[in-house]
Design a protein around this ligand. Sequence first.
Ligand code: MG
Ligand code: NI
Length: 480
Amino acid sequence: MSKTLTIAPVSRLEGHAKVTINLDDAGNVADTFVNIVELRGFEKFCQGRPVEEMPRIVTSICGVCPWSHHLAAAKACDGVFGVAPPPAGRKLRELCNSIAYTEEHILHFFFLAGADFVLGPGADYKTRNVIGVAAAAPEIGKKVVHNRHLGSRILNIVSGKSIHPVTAVPGGFSKPLTEHERDMALKMAEEILEFAKWGMAWAKESVFPKYLDAVKTVGVIKTGYMGTVRADGSMDLYDGKIRLMKPDGTYVDFDDAKYADYISEKTLPWSYLKFPYAKSWNEGFDMDLENPKGIYRTNTLARMNVCDKLNTPLAQKEFEAFRQAFGRPCHLTLLYHWARLIELLNNAEYAVQLLKDPEITGKDTRVPVKPRAGRGVGHVEAPRGTLIHDYETDDQGLVTNANLIVGTTHNNAPINMAVKAAAKLLIKGGKYDEALLNTVEMAIRAYDPCFSCATHNLDGRLAVRIDVTRPDGEVVTLAN
Ligand code: MG
Ligand code: NI
């Protein structure tokens, strides 16, 4: 008899999700859905606000990714007002971006995903969490907490606040960095760099080798990729052209303002999350595992795939080894984690570089702006993927239209596909256990999704899928 399995809540990610797995009569996987059951709706209620308020409003989208939204919004405002920040303003924005990256990547690898690797996917769920990791490896736990704290302290020094920042303003950065502040921040950034080096070496020696079989099989899907590169093809997390790569490795580079010529967003009745796809490939949208259409991925692995090199020496060395081992493009979903540690190293190195740059303490951090009717598109690479903010204003500078395409949203279709691929691989003949279901969850966790950031689809209907269950918890019907 056919049967439905649910994994709810899917834990150790940002926001909440539920996985529904439908089994056929033989107990094999017929279909899977990743249901996102929350709604943020910022695109709608930002309309009518003065555009210069956007960098402050959008930090409330998410307490985990406020810096990415803050910076993308400030860049979109630069576009609306037609200004470019002076070098010190731009570098302070980049510094905050890099430090926020180190915090995020440490959080995800060690706190959220770590339990799957340190304790193993089959560990009892009661201990398969950050507390369990801290108990199993207290020295690592201490390092992790200490280095995340250092990141917060640097952001406090540079911008007054580590969460819900206000210092990136249209035209630049509101607060110059003093020499004394720079010296304090540099010391801490150097400490984070040591941690990033240790993390990379530790994972390569003690973590990844144990899981190479899973890496080669779980949630593997063949897709295209998106990321941001400088003119010389090196990865840039703050600015540059967007590079969109096909599954065969061919690519185009384009200005963020032209994103609508290259990608489009599909809505499906069972999710508040839209499904972006590569419209410029002219093949439509299909999440079929054998023959996907228009599907591309963002976030760490995608950035490693699209770029030609990295802009810091230690990370570049790791990047070369990674590419040598796994090729370009690499489609192995669990390698998002490995790519994440390379980015952690890259950001720690870059933050130290910026803090040693004499221009970072320049007093001239912003240019003045005047309200006008305009359109501005700003994008950054958020830790979780390419983040695009697109605003239009009337002649009083009030927002008439806002579109956000959030990192996690790009990965919506791939996450659904990777879950289906993992479920099909692991669940056969109606046989499954908790370790297998957690391995399916690992296919989601690899993407470090932030669902709280990503749910802005509100086109006049509720997109929730309702499961009716018997008192014993078995699902009897599924209705839209
Ligand atoms: Mg949108
Ligand atoms: Ni977020």
